[in-house]
Ligand binder design. Sequence first.
Ligand SMILES: O=C(COP(=O)(O)O)[C@H](O)[C@H](O)COP(=O)(O)O
Length: 324
Amino acid sequence: MSNPQLHPDIEETAAKIASMEIRGAATIAAAAATALRTQAIECTAATPQDFESTLRAAARRLHTTRPTAVSLPNALRYVLRRMAGETVGTLRAGVINAADEFVDRLDRAQADLGAVGANRLRDGDTVMTHCHSTDALACIETAVDQGKSISAIVKETRPRNQGHITARELREMGVDVTLIVDSAARRYLNAVDHVIVGADSIAADGSVINKIGTSGLAVNARDRGTPVMAAAQTIKLHPDTLTGHTVEIEMRDEREVIDSETRDSIGDITVDNPAFDVTPPRYVDAIITERGQFPPESIVTLMRELFGESVDEPWEESKREKDV
Ligand SMILES: O=C(COP(=O)(O)O)[C@H](O)[C@H](O)COP(=O)(O)O
C-alpha cells in the first residue's frame, strides 16, 4: 500500500497543530489521538495490513508537525501500541478504545495534578505565569475552587501572546490578573509567591523544556528566592532522553517576530524565533504531576517506571511497506 488514503481530519489536525491553532502540549496530544480515532473509524482498508499501514501513515503525518512537545509522540505511541488483532474490526476497535482511554486519562491526570499543585498555594498568594498551560492553570483553578484567593501576574509571552489566553481564563476563574510585558517580570518577582509554568517536555535529568523565556524567568526567580513549579502530567516525560537524546527546540517563522515591511526597512539582518528553551533542574523547585510532586533530579525514577529503558516508534513504516 504505497499511498494510504488519509482521512481529511488528519491533514486538518496536522495543519492546525503546525499553525498553532491547536497548541499547548496536552491539547495537541488530545487532538492527535482524536484524529487517529477518526482515521480508524473511517478507514476503508480491506486487509489488516492495509489498515495498520494507514494508521501508521496518519501518525507519521501528525508526528511531523511540531518537534518539541513529547506529548504528541507519547499520544501516538499510546494509541498505536494498542492497535492489535487479526482483523480490521479488532484493529479498529483497539484504536478507538485506546484514543478514548487516552483522552480520558489526560483529563483525569490534569485534575489529579491540579489537586497536588493547589496544595502548594495558600490563601492570598500571588503567582506569576508564563505562556498558557492547561496543567499550570489546573493547579490555580483547584486552589480557587478550594476557596483560596489567588492573584496572578501574567506575562504576555511574545511573540504569540499566549499570556492573553491565560489572562482571560484566570479572570474567568475569578483571579485578580495583572498583565505585564515579558521584560517586566523581574520587577514584579518580589511580590510573587510562586512562579508556575507548564512543560512541553521533561528530560531525564529533570530539565524543563517550555515556552521560550521560561529559563530566564526561572533564573530570575531563583535570584529573588521565589519558588518555581512546573506543572506537567506524565505524558510530558520525554522517554528518549533516558538514552541520551536531547529535545529538539522548534524554530518558528520569523514573521511571528517582525512584519516583512519593518524587516525590509531595517536591512540585512537575521531574525531567529526559537519557540522553547531548556530550564536546568537546579532552577526548578518541584515538578507537579498526577503522581505527586517530584524534585526535578528524581523524575528519572518515575520516567523509568513508566517507559522502561527503550522506546519504540510504532508509526515507522514496516519493511513490507517500505518495499512496496
Ligand atoms: O509552552 C507551552 C505552549 O507552547 P505553544 O503555545 O507554542 O504550543 C505550554 O507551557 C506547554 O505546552 C504546556 O501546556 P499544557 O499544560 O496545556 O500542556
